[in-house]
Design a protein around this ligand. Structure first.
Ligand SMILES: [Fe+2]
Length: 295
């Protein structure tokens, strides 16, 4: 079934590490001129149910220690039901994989929006348990992964795809994954913003190459320009919120509704404590969550 996936649309730079010098097993090149760039898409089928589209299966999963959201998306109209996980956490990998098994999905990508400082990614653990899964992160993150994405890339699973938007500022390599802009893609669109934009907040900008100026520009140019009804699904929430919209955040976000100077002032005076997990999480997350060269 894996061979049914074929490359199209997505340009994904392949990792230059020894674990990734060949094309991933679930990808088949459509051109012989694809040394470092590929395009992928899978075949479509004809049945499914979902609240967002006839093809999308969507689950928002929560990890309570770090208040992290992990998102599961799958194209259930495709025969193999290809799925992606966005921002998995190491502590909840077994829960996530068991759900994926129960739903009869085929996990193909474990993706991160950025190198997290507050928890260890589940990506490496997932790869050790399901070897076909490919890890995905932005090239700008500097982290190890099977596939690197860059702004404008499309990550396909079945007939659905996520568009990659660069949203640096919380970290240098932050990206936002947005569901596709096409009539056969979920409506309204859904933006997985990582820590760039939180519900009524945003990620801190004082570590990991952060920059409040850059974050302000990222959110305004890459997220607030999306259709107003686009759902915002952040990587964290500490107040119990689960989802917002572009329109809501443009109206009510207490930081991003301000002008740039005021925003920079707010971010410079948060007086946040040193992240308790940063010294463990960042080194681990730079190598997929497991400090092993095999990953
Ligand atoms: Fe973060």
């Amino acid at each position: 079934m894996v061979q049914m996936l074929r490359l199209q649309f997505v340009r994904v730079s392949l990792l230059a590490s020894k674990s990734s010098t060949t094309l991933p097993l679930n990808l088949t090149p459509i051109s012989t001129q694809l040394p470092r760039t590929t395009r992928l898409r899978s075949q479509m089928a004809s049945y499914s149910t979902s609240s967002h589209s006839s093809k999308l299966l969507f689950r928002q999963l929560f990890e309570k220690e770090s208040s992290t959201y992990t998102y599961l998306l799958a194209d259930v109209s495709h025969p193999i039901k290809p799925a992606v996980l966005i921002d998995p956490v190491d502590r909840t990998v077994d829960r996530d994989l068991s759900l994926i098994h129960e739903l009869g999905l085929k996990l193909i990508y474990a993706m991160n929006t950025h190198v997290h400082a507050d928890h260890v990614t589940g990506t490496g653990l997932i790869k050790s348990k399901v070897p076909d899964v490919k890890s995905v992160i932005s090239k700008a993150s500097g982290a190890t992964a099977d596939l690197y994405v860059e702004p404008g890339d499309k990550v396909s699973f079945g007939d659905l795809f996520l568009e990659v938007r660069a949203t640096p500022g919380h970290t240098l390599g932050c990206v936002t994954y947005v569901t596709g802009d096409a009539s056969d893609q979920p409506q309204p669109r859904m933006a997985f913003t990582g820590d760039a934009l939180l519900i009524r907040g945003c990620g801190r900008t004082d570590f990991q190459g952060g920059s409040s100026e850059q974050l302000y520009k990222s959110v305004h140019s890459q997220i607030f320009t999306l259709p107003k009804d686009t759902f915002i699904y952040p990587a964290h929430d500490y107040k119990g919120f689960t989802v917002s919209t572009v329109e809501e955040e443009m109206k009510y976000n207490p930081r991003l509704t301000k002008n740039e100077e005021t925003f920079k002032n707010i971010m410079a005076n948060l007086n946040l404590s040193y992240p308790k997990m940063i010294d463990v999480a960042v080194p681990a997350n730079l190598v997929c969550g497991i400090q092993s060269k095999a990953i």
